[in-house]
Write a protein that binds this ligand. Structure first.
Ligand code: IUR
Length: 475
């Protein structure tokens, strides 16, 4: 006789599939309504578990871009993104040491490559979750991945080991780490919704809240080549980052920095790695060193490790000059998959040797000044747009990039230039520059009759939490 089966349930109707709440939620935001915590969580859950179609994600992003979000909605979105993956856990003993900086993205911005190891050399732990290129700006991870062997995807356990051994790591978001941000970040890039203050705020702060930091500085860029061109908009974003971040229990400040000219003299992945190494040698372009030391100084001060920002900046500068930051960078490369011999050769080699070790573009072309003049501006935006089309950036998500493609600026802002003198060297893989590309590039060089001048620092102002930071008077 067959064994008796489970008792037959009384006549209970089959549970209905969970209704898709997305059209309702999209309509609510489209019409200017507020999403509550449950709405936001419902949206993010649908994004992560695949129930949300691409069109729905795009529609919600556009509704948020057009209607905005208040502080509470932005905080709810930040929490929901952060909780879409694993939280990082650190030993008790590290309390007060875990810091990070993040940037909204700029042309030639290689600050993270230098600052993460410099902060590690100052005794901090830096679990940096960074991004890939968005729009025309290059991503920190893409730059590091131009070094053969470098592995950006690291599990939370591997990150902990990296912090124990080296003091810093630079990793990407992944299926385990803030997966929802990864999906939304890629969707924003192709739906013209990158420049939304609540979406930027939640994207950045979600990654940083997972890191369980004791202090964070966000570099908010403004200018022609920044996600937000006007300083007023950048200030609004800075206020949102500081306000929402403080509400979530993060000690966060935002630096407003100019992004009209590229940062440093090199744009493009391997060229930027080479320039970061120069900065780690204690040399390199002054604007890059200035920004690295000032952001680092602000962070060490915010984290109460020094009494003033100037002392913090001097400490960071000392780690560049004594080679200790470069030593940490070498250790980080090795611990993240780069062959130890290559990591050593890159960090101790001459600039010429470094160039031999990294992927290079096939040819170089120089452009010359069309007239005598003083360099007023080297416009980062047209330069980055041409380089992206030459393969140094992406026109769509997931596209591969050519690491050696880029440009070296042969002059600096404020310098005098003679007609016919070369001002930029373009590194390219494909055919020679076309006439339109040459015309666009020549439009990046803005000359005047002014006397030569010292280039101003890109660092404009620091937006602090409402309580003002460690001590209001000692900035
Ligand atoms: N960096 C991020 O992590 N998210 C963003 O939205 C931007 C920069 I813009």
């Amino acid at each position: 006789m067959a064994a008796p089966g489970p008792p037959t349930p009384p006549d209970v109707p089959m549970p209905l599939p969970e209704p898709n709440p997305l059209p309702e939620l999209i309509r609510l935001k489209r019409d200017g309504g507020r999403l509550d915590e449950a709405d936001v969580r419902g949206f993010v859950r649908a994004v992560v578990d695949g129930r949300a179609q691409g069109a729905q994600i795009g529609a919600m992003l556009m509704a948020i871009r057009l209607r905005g979000m208040d502080t509470e909605e932005t905080a709810a979105l930040t929490r929901a993104l952060a909780e879409s993956g694993q939280q990082l856990e650190w030993p008790e003993a590290w309390q007060g040491q875990i810091v990070d900086k993040h940037s909204t993205g700029g042309v030639g911005d290689k600050v993270s490559l230098v600052l993460a190891p410099a902060l590690a050399a100052c005794g901090c732990k830096v679990p940096m979750i960074s991004g890939r290129g968005l729009g025309h700006t290059g991503g920190t991870l893409d730059k590091l991945e131009s070094i053969p062997g470098f592995t950006a995807i690291q599990s939370p356990e591997q990150m902990r080991r990296l912090l124990e051994q080296v003091g810093c790591c630079i990793v990407g978001q992944s299926k385990k780490l803030v997966p929802a941000d990864g999906i939304l970040y890629a969707a924003r890039d192709v739906t013209a919704t990158v420049d939304s203050l609540p979406l930027i705020t939640a994207s950045i702060l979600s990654k940083k809240s997972v890191e369980r930091l004791s202090a964070l500085v966000v570099d908010v860029k403004f200018g022609e080549a920044a996600v937000l061109p006007s300083q007023a908009q950048a200030r609004e974003l800075a206020a949102a980052l500081v306000g929402v971040g403080t509400g979530l229990g993060l000690r966060v400040a935002a630096a407003l920095t100019a992004m009209d000219n590229p940062l440093g003299r090199s744009v493009g992945h391997t060229l930027e790695v080479e320039e970061a190494l120069l900065c780690l040698d204690g040399a390199g372009p002054p604007d890059l060193r200035d920004l690295v030391t000032r952001l680092g100084g602000a962070l060490l001060w915010l984290n109460r490790q020094v009494e003033t920002q100037a002392k913090g900046a001097a400490w960071v500068a000392a780690t560049l000059d004594d080679g200790s930051a470069r030593g940490r960078f070498e250790q980080m490369l090795e611990a993240q998959g780069v062959d130890p011999g290559l990591a050593r050769a890159l960090c101790s080699g001459t600039p010429a040797r470094r160039r031999e070790l990294l992927p290079r573009a096939r040819q170089q072309e120089e452009l010359c000044a069309p007239a005598d003049g003083t360099v007023e501006l080297l416009r980062a935006l047209p330069l980055a747009q041409v380089l992206r089309d030459l393969g140094a950036g992406r026109n769509r998500a997931g596209q591969s990039i050519r690491p050696g493609v880029g440009a070296e600026l042969l002059v600096g802002v404020g310098q005098r230039l003679r007609r016919g003198a070369p001002w930029v060297r373009v590194h390219l893989d494909g055919p020679a520059l076309s006439i339109p590309q040459r015309r666009i590039l020549q439009g990046a060089l803005v000359l005047s009759d002014r006397a030569p001048f010292a280039a101003p620092s890109p660092f404009a102002e620091l937006v602090l939490p409402p309580t003002g930071g460690p001590t209001d008077t000692q900035k």
